[in-house]
Ligand binder design. Structure first.
Ligand code: SF4
Length: 237
């Protein structure tokens, strides 16, 4: 077993290098905004996987790339070279996690440009510091391939370039089905996200997920004001 302190492992985890179950190697998460990569970026990922690991790349369920099998002595040189190559790694800390969207941009059922919206929200909010992890999803139509009800905040494409907003979902050891709150114009997605993150920052506790916070505060004035604020973005049709 590798002899590295728990503090160092935590530091590396916060930077996207996770200790593997063999307790010898690391796996690094490389961020693919909106689940997309250019052929040039894919070549760079393949290059660092060959040079610093075992030549394997895994696509995660949240559409990022992970390279397993990195020896500890390769961690720092790999970080340096990935930075030089413009590969972004991380997304494993508290705060806004890598955003996920379905392929609604090209899918025949897509009612909105999911990848464009996902990239815009990624650029604005990815890794924004919060009391706990926060997952944002975008799905292009009611077929719901990206499963909006299982995320802290999610948008579902709706006709006339509008978005149905869901909040408070989570999935894992404990699951909560997110609640649909309102339907907004596409252009209001950033403002709605800001309102949700501000509420979480103001009231959330460490290790408390957004859905648990909302359930805890359901009878408070602050919660009611928060919901009214979100409903204030409702599209006028
Ligand atoms: S949710 Fe709709 S738009 Fe997105 S991939 Fe599924 S069918 Fe296509």
């Amino acid at each position: 077993m590798l002899d590295v302190s728990a503090e160092r492992l935590a530091e590396l985890k916060s930077k996207g290098f996770l200790f593997m179950k063999d307790k010898e190697h690391f796996v690094v998460r490389i961020i693919l905004p909106a689940g997309m990569a250019t052929s040039d970026e894919l070549k760079k990922i393949a290059y660092v996987a060959d040079k610093y690991a075992e030549g394997k790349v895994v696509v995660t369920v949240r559409l990022n790339a992970e390279i397993p099998g990195i020896k500890y002595e390769n961690v720092e040189p790999m970080m340096k070279e990935m930075e030089e190559l413009g590969l972004v790694y991380g997304g494993t800390n508290v705060g806004v996690r890598p955003l996920v969207c379905c392929k609604g941009t090209v899918c025949k059922f897509g009612l909105i440009d999911t990848q464009k919206l996902c990239k815009e929200l990624h650029d604005e909010f990815f890794e924004a510091p919060l009391p706990h992890k926060f997952k944002i999803n975008i799905t292009g139509c009611p077929n719901n391939c990206a499963k909006v009800q299982l995320n802290d905040l999610a948008f579902m494409g709706s006709p006339k370039n509008t978005l149905r907003v869901f909040i408070g979902g989570r999935f894992g050891r404990q699951s909560i089905i997110g609640e649909e709150i309102c339907k907004i114009p596409y252009e209001s997605a950033k403002d709605v996200t800001n309102v949700c993150l501000d509420f979480f920052k103001a009231h959330g506790k460490a290790k408390q997920r957004f859905g648990d916070l909302l359930n805890e505060m359901k009878d408070t004035t602050e919660y009611k004001e928060f919901i009214e604020k979100l409903k204030g973005f409702t599209v006028q049709q």
